[in-house]
Write a protein that binds this ligand. Structure first.
Ligand code: F6R
Length: 238
């Protein structure tokens, strides 16, 4: 299902409302969560809408930078605490991210994949979209059958993410990311994308062939995906 909203604010509010509705139906749901600029208004809405209620969900994030400890300001663990978990007092035991500073990153990826399975799998997966068509950090030409693993980031992704790091600070070149097959096992998927810079990737994801060149196109094979767009990111749809 593809939904186009007049602007980014309404698309993000609609995404948050869907998450709140699922948590209302099943407070103990297992969520798959994303980071990035697109998700900031979603977490702002969730902080507001979930405040004061029970926090019984479990969450697994899509990815984490290799080499960054959880307390590094640019780690995705820090992002999740700052944008979502701290405000609601989500117990750390209910929140999961790959450990970026694990001594053996591939063993950590395997452990993470097993932890998702042990939790019963993901009920609702939230995704953003890279301008190059990535989901999680599954960059173009990632195997559509991939599981959680270490991925080297595309130069474009490193450049896109540099805005979150201090000038001169090294931007990580590798991440541990859920694989495309891992993502496709979620029982339901919400993908939110806003802004003109994503419009070509959106068109390839929805109207292009299913291809590892655009990893997000693999979502065409999933039976329960809702794509939420603003008009700018929907501009290249035919
Ligand atoms: C982040 C993630 C990425 C982002 C994507 C879009 O956890 O998995 O796939 O969703 O890079 O990032 P923004 O929203 O910053 O444009």
């Amino acid at each position: 299902k593809v939904l186009v909203f007049p602007d980014a604010a309404t698309a993000s509010a609609a995404t948050a409302a869907r998450i709140v509705a699922r948590l209302h139906d099943n407070p103990r749901a297992v969520l798959g969560l994303a980071t990035g600029g697109t998700m900031e208004p979603v977490y702002a809405a969730l902080r507001r809408d979930l405040a004061g209620g029970p926090v019984a969900f479990t969450a697994f994030n899509l990815d984490e930078y290799v080499g960054l400890p959880a307390d590094h300001p640019q780690s995705y663990a820090s992002y999740m605490r700052a944008h979502f978990y701290d405000a609601l007092g989500v117990p750390a035991a209910q929140t999961h991210l790959p450990r970026g500073d694990a001594p053996d990153p591939q063993a950590e990826a395997d452990r993470y994949e097993a932890a998702i399975k042990a939790a019963g799998g993901i009920d609702l997966q939230l995704l953003g979209l890279g301008a190059n068509g990535h989901i999680g950090f599954n960059e173009p030409i990632s195997s559509l059958g991939s599981r959680t693993r270490v991925k080297t980031l595309a130069r474009k992704t490193v450049n896109d993410n540099a805005r979150f790091f201090r000038p001169g600070e090294e931007v990580p070149h590798q991440a541990i990311t859920m694989g495309i097959a891992t993502i496709l096992e979620a029982r339901e998927i919400l993908l939110l994308t806003t802004g003109k810079t994503k419009s070509r990737a959106v068109a390839q994801m929805i109207e292009g062939p299913v291809s590892a060149i655009c990893p997000a196109s693999a979502l065409q094979m999933h039976p329960r995906v809702t794509v939420l767009l603003d008009t700018a990111s929907a501009a290249d749809l035919s």
